[in-house]
Design a binder for this molecule. Structure first.
Ligand SMILES: [Zn+2]
Length: 87
């Protein structure tokens, strides 16, 4: 199995660093995209990986999929709800 390091996703993706106040707190860390390894088999990532694999089989075992929490925006989608929940 090949290994990839994601030391700085923002630089790798060529996007600005996200605002920590509004950035998605899901797996994407504000990028909107989540790298998933073939052995990363926790839901919902397993399903997303399998879907990506159906469309474009991977050579290295990784798929970059849209973050299921923010739907690829990299931002929190439910800021107001989160504030309510925090109380
Ligand atoms: Zn996200």
């Amino acid at each position: 199995m090949s290994e990839k390091e994601f030391t700085d996703r923002y630089e790798a993706l060529g996007i600005p660093y996200p605002d920590p106040k509004t950035m998605c707190d899901g797996q994407c860390e504000g990028t909107g995209w989540v790298p998933i390894a073939s052995d990363d088999m926790e839901e919902p990532f397993r399903t997303l990986w399998l879907e990506a694999e159906k469309k474009t089989p991977t050579n290295d075992g990784y798929h970059i999929v849209k973050c299921p929490d923010c739907n690829g925006t990299g931002k929190q989608t439910d800021l107001e709800e989160k504030e309510k929940d925090a109380k």
